[in-house]
Design a protein around this ligand. Structure first.
Ligand SMILES: [Zn+2]
Length: 162
């Protein structure tokens, strides 16, 4: 069963939680964004442990190392993180159509469109897309957006930036 759109079970306040938000296409909460920022900052300062590199060892050498390891104090190796999609802010973050605001930059087919106005939607899909469907316009470009459609936008500049 898909968890897309499901908020339940997200481990808020963790990098993992942040990824769960993204995977489920639910805008990240502040706690998760903070976790991600803290993690990035730690990585920049070189505090995050490197992923252990796979090593090719001969059977004999491996056996010797095993002997040595059983004698030595056990060392907890960092568990490699689960496979993840590369972090690509340029492909945007998903938000709901109803949350779209003037000034947001829609990422669509690799192009960026900064919304300068909304126009009423007068097409025939209104019943399907829902009340509140509008056309997000950027110059001559326009995109029909239902209130619950998922739209990808560039991350908004934080309003509480220091
Ligand atoms: Zn969260």
């Amino acid at each position: 069963m898909s968890v897309i759109g499901q908020a339940e079970g997200i481990e808020h306040g963790t990098v993992r939680g942040y990824k769960q938000h993204r995977y489920r296409q639910i805008p990240a909460c502040d706690a998760c964004k903070k976790a991600l920022r803290d993690d990035r900052a730690a990585a920049r300062r070189g505090e995050r442990p490197e992923r252990a590199k796979p090593q090719r060892t001969s059977r004999r050498k491996a056996a010797e190392e095993l002997d040595a390891a059983t004698e030595a104090t056990p060392v907890l190796l960092p568990v490699p993180p689960p496979p993840q999609l590369p972090d690509r802010p340029e492909i945007g973050v998903p938000i709901e159509g109803a949350d779209l605001e003037i000034g947001d930059v829609i990422v669509f087919l690799g192009n960026h469109h900064r919304i300068d106005r909304f126009e009423p939607y007068t097409g025939s899909l209104r019943a399907e897309l829902g009340e509140g469907t509008r056309v997000a316009c950027a110059g001559t470009w326009g995109m029909t957006v239902g209130p619950t459609s998922t739209v990808r936008i560039l991350p908004r500049p934080r309003r509480d930036a220091r």
